[in-house]
Write a protein that binds this ligand. Structure first.
Ligand code: CA
Length: 233
């Protein structure tokens, strides 16, 4: 599954080089030249990962990383810092702002793609192609197939993404707003009720094999994917 990557880089040649390589690696790339534009994009939709240049006109990349980490909504977005500086001191400062990884320019496109893959695998498992299997329910992002107890389950694209997110983040309660951010990405334009509609469709599709039990409603909070009994605390 391709990841939505927000690229914040003010040098046109480097921005172009990175964007071309990430697109070739199957990702969707959104490009901006400064931190202020990045903030505007993030307000509209949460990216799966931010590739952030250290030195930017206006607000620095380090300051943007710090702000993203301070905000509840953006705290969990994986950040990879890009910088021309190779000083150990700067590397430490970059990681202290909460960046997940740090790449020093010049870097090879291959290295960049590999680092992004590693961070996504660790932080955003639903953005990778790895198949997930829980309690006889199997979802394969590479082939876009879902099966339950060996039977094929037909799902619409939104139900597929919703199930993928839930299965890669099991045993946790997700609010409707969080699900809109993670699954729809453009929560500004979608009503929270929409989540309930798609959860209902997902449950209906899983019902023949009894797997709908895995998708639990947590009253007043949201939804949870769990193999444990639906005991409300
Ligand atoms: Ca720069």
């Amino acid at each position: 599954m391709p990841a939505n990557i927000l690229l914040v880089e003010d040098e046109p040649a480097i921005q172009e080089l990175i964007a071309v390589n990430l697109t070739r690696a199957g990702h969707h790339v959104l490009r901006v030249c400064d931190a202020e534009s990045a903030q505007r994009m993030i307000r509209e939709a949460l990216p799966d990962l931010v590739l952030l240049d250290w030195m930017l006109p206006g607000m620095s990349g380090v300051e943007l990383a710090r702000r993203l980490r301070q905000d509840e909504r953006t705290r969990a977005i994986p950040i990879i810092m890009l910088t021309a500086r190779g000083e150990e001191q700067d590397k430490v400062a970059g990681l202290e702002t909460g960046a997940d990884d740090y790449i020093t320019k010049p870097f090879s496109p291959r290295e960049l793609v590999a680092r992004i893959k590693a961070v996504l695998r660790r932080r955003v498992p639903q953005a990778t192609e790895d198949a997930v299997e829980i309690a006889g329910l199997k979802l394969d992002p590479a082939t876009h197939r879902v099966s339950a107890g060996g039977q094929t389950v037909a799902l619409g694209p939104t139900e597929f993404r919703l199930l993928h997110f839930l299965m890669t983040h099991p045993e946790r309660v997700h609010s409707r707003t969080q699900l809109l951010d993670q699954v729809w990405g453009d929560h500004v334009f979608v009503e929270e009720r929409t989540v309930d509609v798609h959860i209902r469709r997902l449950r209906a599709a899983l019902e023949p094999t009894g797997h709908e039990r895995l998708i639990q409603t947590v009253r007043g909070s949201g939804y949870r994917f769990s193999t444990l009994e639906d005991g409300e605390a």
